[in-house]
Design a protein around this ligand. Sequence first.
Ligand code: HEM
Length: 142
Amino acid sequence: MAAEGGSGSMEGEEPKAEATYYRLEEVATRNSEKEMWIVIHGRVYDITSFLGEHPGGEEVLMEQAGRDATESFEDVGHSLDAKEMLKQYYVGEVHPSDLKGEGSENSGSACRSCWSNWIIPVVGVVLLAVMYRFYMAESKLS
Ligand code: HEM
């Protein structure tokens, strides 16, 4: 069988020096039936001519048009054949700073969760203290 490891395929390897880089913004503009690009694993694919041929139908591809479709592509559990087919639609790579962008978004949300990590316990402790004082004042009165 012609099956080979996903990462170490010998044939059809694109020389990186000639790789064309696209910004996600630009990929997002190719989201119509006239011109449709998607991103899978940081690579950009022009699937315009594949729309009508996709065994899973046009609609699922239209939903992913101009976007990163890695998750949906993997969720379906596409065959090795399907992964091989990708090569013929390859047009370039996602610009490295857009790939890093995903990372910094993550750190942004991590920071937000840092903030909520301490604010909730602090509010809880203050509330408890107020309730305790109130309780003590009441019991002294009676
Ligand atoms: C250029 C990208 C894609 C290629 C080359 C491709 C290729 C294929 C092929 C060859 C099949 C037949 C089954 C197989 O061999 O695995 C298939 C089925 C399917 N694909 Fe894709 N696909 C692509 C992108 C997507 C995306 C982005 C979705 C998003 C949800 C998707 C959803 C499906 C579904 C739902 C099926 C039907 C599975 C089934 O009937 O069991 N595909 N695709």
